[in-house]
Design a protein around this ligand. Structure first.
Ligand code: C2O
Ligand code: CU
Length: 499
C-alpha cells in the first residue's frame, strides 16, 4: 500500500496526516504481507502507532449445550472481549480475520462515520480471509452498546461483544459496574434454519417452536417465536457454570443488560429486588423502578440495584416463547452458592418490549427545525415461504436471491418521521444504523419533549410505533429487523442520503 504523499521530504505534519488516512482507510491489507522497503528516508507509516487493541477473529468448535458446533470467537472467547472506553476518546482497534470466509464488525448504536459502519458491500468491502484492517472513530456518546459481525449469521455464531463507553463525568456512583450480555446458542449451523422453516430441509427442534408451552408474555399470552435455541447464556455461561459476582450488603451495582442474541426476547428479573432503570440503548432515561424487563434482540438497559441483604440475589433470564432460562448470581458469601431454583416468578411492573410507556428521557429533547420527511414502514411476512418484508419488498440476501428493495431516501437536515405498522403476529426489533431516534410514547406525539431516545425499537404484533430522528449523518445506512432470521429472509432496507 503506497501512502498518498508525493513530496520527497514530507513535513512531519503531512506524514502524520498521510499515515492517519492510511490507518482509517477501510481496506483490507493482507496480514501475511511481508514488510515493504520504505521509499522515503523517514518511513511515514511509523508516525501512527498501531491500535492499542486487536480483535483476532477465529473459527472454533464449542459445545455449551452438549453438541460440538462450529463457532466464531474474538480473541478465543464467546462473547468477544468487553470493550471499555471513555467518552471523547478516539476508539482504535485492529481487526484480523483468521476465518476462511469474509467478515466485518458493526458497532451497534454508535454514531460513526458511514465508512466505519461495518456493513459488507454497503459501507465497505468485507474483510477477506487473512486480511486485517485498522478501525478508528471518535466516541461521541456514552453508555452501553455492543459490536457484532454483519455478515450472515456470524454474530449468532459468537462474533459479538459488549462495547461500554464510560461517561466522562460519571453520573452514577456505584460499587460495581458490570456487563450482563445475554446470548442464544444453536446446536447447529444457523445457515440451515431458514431452509428448515421453509420445509426445504428436515426440521430439527430449532424450528419446532411451541409458544403455548414457553414463557408467556405479555401477561399470560403466548409469545410467538419461529426459532428455538438450544440454550441461552449470560456472559457466555450456561446454568452448568453460572455467571456470578461477589458483592457486599449495601453495595450499589450497575448492571448493563445487553441482548446479544440472534432472535430471542429475554425477560430479566433479579429475585424480588427492584431494579432502577437509568438508561435505554445507551441513553439516559428518568430513573424508573421496575420488577422485570423484557428486552428484544439488540436492546440494552442499564439498571442499578442495591444489595439489601446478606445472601444471594439471583438474576433470572428467560427466552420468551421458549422453555429456556439461565440464571446468574450476586452473592455476599465468599464462595459461590449453588443456584437451586424452581421457575422464577418475574415481577411487575415490566418495562420494555410491548411497554415502553414508563421510559422517559432524562432531559428534554427535540430535534432541530427542518423539513419533515414522513415515511410509513409496513412490516410484513409470509410464514409459508418464510420471507419477511418492509413495505412489501424483500431485500436481496443469500436466502432471498431474487429480492429487490428500493432504498428509503432522505436528505440531510430533514426531520425524518417513521411510522411503523406491524400487521404480523410477531414482535420486530427494528434498528437503524448511524442514528438514534425518539420513540414516541403515543402515535403522533411529535411534540413530546421527553420521548426516550433509542436505536432499536420492538414493534408489537398488530401494533404501531412512531419514531423520529434528525438526518445529520450522511451516508448509506442499514435499517432492519434485528431478528437475524427475519433480516436474512428479507427484512432490510437501506436508508440513503440524497442531495
Ligand atoms: Cu446490530 Cu445492522 O445491527
Ligand atoms: Cu422481525
Amino acid at each position: 500500500m503506497t501512502a498518498p504523499v508525493r513530496s520527497t521530504h514530507p513535513s512531519r505534519r503531512e506524514a502524520i496526516r498521510a499515515a492517519t488516512a492510511f490507518a482509517i482507510a477501510p481496506i483490507g491489507v493482507a496480514a501475511s504481507d511481508p514488510p515493504r522497503e520504505a521509499v522515503s528516508p523517514r518511513p511515514i507509516l511509523e508516525a501512527v502507532p498501531p491500535p492499542p487493541r486487536t480483535f483476532e477473529i477465529e473459527a472454533a468448535t464449542v459445545d455449551p449445550f452438549g453438541v460440538p458446533t462450529p463457532a466464531i470467537t474474538v480473541g478465543g472467547t464467546i462473547p468477544g472481549p468487553e470493550v471499555r472506553v471513555t467518552q471523547g476518546e478516539l476508539f482504535r482497534t485492529r481487526l484480523v480475520n483468521r476465518l476462511d470466509t469474509a467478515t466485518t464488525v458493526h458497532w451497534h448504536g454508535l454514531i460513526v462515520p458511514n465508512y466505519m459502519d461495518g456493513v459488507p458491500n454497503v459501507t465497505q468491502l468485507p474483510l477477506g480471509p487473512g486480511e486485517l484492517v485498522d478501525i478508528e472513530f471518535p466516541l461521541r456518546q456514552s453508555g452501553s452498546y455492543w459490536y457484532h459481525s454483519h455478515v450472515g449469521f456470524q454474530a449468532q455464531q459468537g462474533l459479538h461483544g459488549a462495547f461500554i463507553i464510560e461517561e466522562r463525568h460519571p453520573r452514577h456512583e456505584v460499587d460495581h459496574d458490570v456487563v450482563v450480555l445475554m446470548s442464544d446458542w444453536l446446536n447447529q449451523s444457523p445457515d440451515g434454519i431458514i431452509p428448515q422453516l421453509r420445509g426445504e430441509q428436515p426440521a430439527t427442534a430449532a424450528v419446532e417452536s411451541d409458544p403455548a408451552k414457553g414463557w408467556r408474555y405479555p401477561g399470560d399470552r403466548p409469545y410467538a417465536v419461529d426459532v428455538v435455541p438450544a440454550g441461552i447464556t449470560i456472559n457466555g455461561r450456561s446454568n452448568a457454570s453460572p455467571w456470578s459476582l461477589r458483592v457486599r450488603r449495601g453495595d450499589r451495582v450497575r448492571l448493563r443488560l445487553i441482548n446479544g442474541s440472534g432472535s430471542c426476547t429475554f425477560r430479566v428479573g433479579l429475585d424480588d429486588a427492584p431494579m432502577k432503570v437509568i438508561a435505554a440503548d445507551g441513553q439516559d432515561v428518568a430513573p424508573v423502578e421496575v420488577g422485570s424487563l423484557a428486552i428484544a434482540t439488540a436492546e440494552r438497559y442499564d439498571v442499578i440495584v442495591e444489595v439489601d441483604r446478606d445472601g444471594p440475589l439471583i438474576l433470572d433470564v428467560a427466552a420468551l416463547g421458549t422453555i429456556h432460562r439461565v440464571s446468574g448470581i450476586l452473592h455476599t458469601s465468599p464462595s459461590v452458592p449453588a443456584i437451586k431454583r424452581s421457575p422464577p416468578a418475574f415481577r411487575d411492573p415490566v418495562l420494555g418490549v410491548g411497554n415502553y410507556a414508563p421510559l422517559r428521557a432524562a432531559e428534554p429533547n427535540t430535534i432541530p427545525d427542518g423539513p419533515i420527511r414522513p415515511l410509513e414502514v409496513v412490516l410484513g411476512g409470509d410464514m409459508k415461504t418464510y420471507r419477511w418484508s418492509l413495505n412489501g419488498e424483500y431485500y436481496p440476501t443469500k436466502f432471498v436471491p431474487d429480492g429487490h428493495a428500493a432504498p428509503l431516501e432522505i436528505q440531510a437536515g430533514e426531520r425524518v418521521r417513521i411510522s411503523f405498522r406491524n400487521p404480523t403476529m410477531m414482535f420486530h426489533p427494528m434498528h437503524l444504523h448511524g442514528h438514534s431516534f425518539r420513540v414516541l410514547p403515543r402515535l403522533g406525539a411529535w411534540d413530546d419533549r421527553l420521548a426516550p431516545i433509542k436505536d432499536t425499537v420492538a414493534v408489537p404484533p398488530k401494533g404501531r410505533v412512531d419514531i423520529e430522528f434528525f438526518a445529520d449523518n450522511p451516508g448509506r445506512w442499514f435499517f432492519h429487523c434485528h431478528n437475524m432470521f427475519h433480516a436474512e429472509a428479507g427484512m432490510i432496507r437501506q436508508v440513503h442520503y440524497t442531495t
